[in-house]
Design a protein around this ligand. Structure first.
Ligand SMILES: [Zn+2]
Length: 242
C-alpha cells in the first residue's frame, strides 16, 4: 500500500459515520491532498520519535518532569541534499546509529541541520554535524550564537532551504519558532517542531506547559492544519492532519 492509499484508507475510516466503506474506492473523497507531486523532495524519514518529559494526556502533572525528553528528529532528502531537522541525541554514537538505522546514511552525509527553536533538546546533537550548514530562523540563530554554546555559527535562513523546503514562522511555543514545509508524493508535510507537541496536544490545540503564548500557539496550529496533510510534531510520531 503506498502512502496515498494509506491516507485514503485512514480518511475513509476517520471520515464520518454516514460514509460507506467501499473496498473498490478507498481513495477517500473527503481528503484532498495539498501537496505537489514533483517537488524535488524524494523522501523524508523520522530518525527519532520524540517524547515529552511530562504529558498531561497521560495523567502526569506539569509541575515536574518524570522522564528525559527526546525530540522528534527528521531527515528530508531531496535532489542532491539531506537536511536533518532538530538533531535530538547528545551522544554522537547514538545519533549516528539512529541515523544509520533509519536511512543508511552517516553523520557526514547531512548537508544541513535545521533547528526549530532554542530549547536545548532540539539541538542536543548539533555538534555531531560539523561538516553540515547549521541553519535556523534569524532570531534562533542569533540566540544560539549569543549563547556561546557552539564554536561554529548558526546561519539565519530566509524563506527556503535548497529551494524545495519552505521555512514557516510558527510562533506561540516560543515567539521565534520556525517549522519546515515541503511537498513529497502529493503530500504536504510540515515538520512542526514544538509548534505541535504531540497528537493529543494537536487535537485540543493545546500548548505544552512551557509555551509562551497559548492563544497564539493555537492559532499557529490552525495555520498548520490549513496547509498540511502530515504533521511531524516535536515530541511524537507523525500523524495525519485531519
Ligand atoms: Zn520547545
Amino acid at each position: 500500500m503506498n502512502r496515498r492509499e494509506f491516507l485514503g484508507t485512514v480518511a475513509t475510516v476517520v471520515g464520518g459515520q454516514n460514509k460507506k466503506l467501499d473496498a473498490k474506492n478507498r481513495s477517500g473523497s473527503s481528503v484532498k491532498l495539498k501537496g505537489r507531486k514533483n517537488s524535488g523532495i524524494k523522501r523524508w524519514d523520522v530518525i527519532t520519535i520524540g517524547n515529552l518529559s511530562r504529558n498531561r494526556y497521560w495523567g502526569e502533572s506539569e509541575d515536574r518532569g518524570v522522564r528525559s525528553a527526546i525530540c522528534s528528529c527528521t531527515v528530508i532528502s531531496g535532489d542532491g541534499f539531506h537536511i536533518i531537522v532538530d538533531p535530538s541525541l547528545k551522544d554522537e554514537k547514538a545519533m549516528a546509529t539512529e541515523l544509520d538505522r533509519r536511512t543508511g546514511l552517516g553523520l557526514n552525509d547531512m548537508d544541513a541541520v535545521f533547528v526549530t527553536h532554542q530549547h536545548g533538546d532540539h539541538h542536543y546533537g548539533l555538534k555531531h554535524f560539523p561538516k553540515a550548514k547549521w541553519l535556523a530562523g534569524a532570531e534562533v540563530a542569533a540566540g544560539l550564537n549569543r549563547s556561546g554554546r557552539y564554536s561554529k555559527p548558526v546561519a539565519p535562513v530566509g524563506d527556503r532551504i535548497f529551494e524545495a523546503v519552505e521555512v514557516l514562522s510558527t510562533p506561540g511555543h516560543t515567539m521565534d519558532h520556525h517549522s519546515l514545509r515541503f511537498d513529497c508524493k502529493e503530500l504536504s508535510v510540515v515538520i512542526a517542531g514544538d509548534a505541535v507537541a504531540t497528537q493529543d496536544f494537536w487535537v485540543e490545540r493545546m500548548g505544552y506547559f512551557n509555551t509562551v503564548d497559548f492563544d497564539l500557539s493555537a492559532r499557529t496550529m490552525d495555520k498548520i492544519a490549513s496547509i498540511a496533510d502530515i504533521v511531524v510534531p516535536g515530541h511524537d510520531n507523525y500523524f495525519l492532519s485531519l
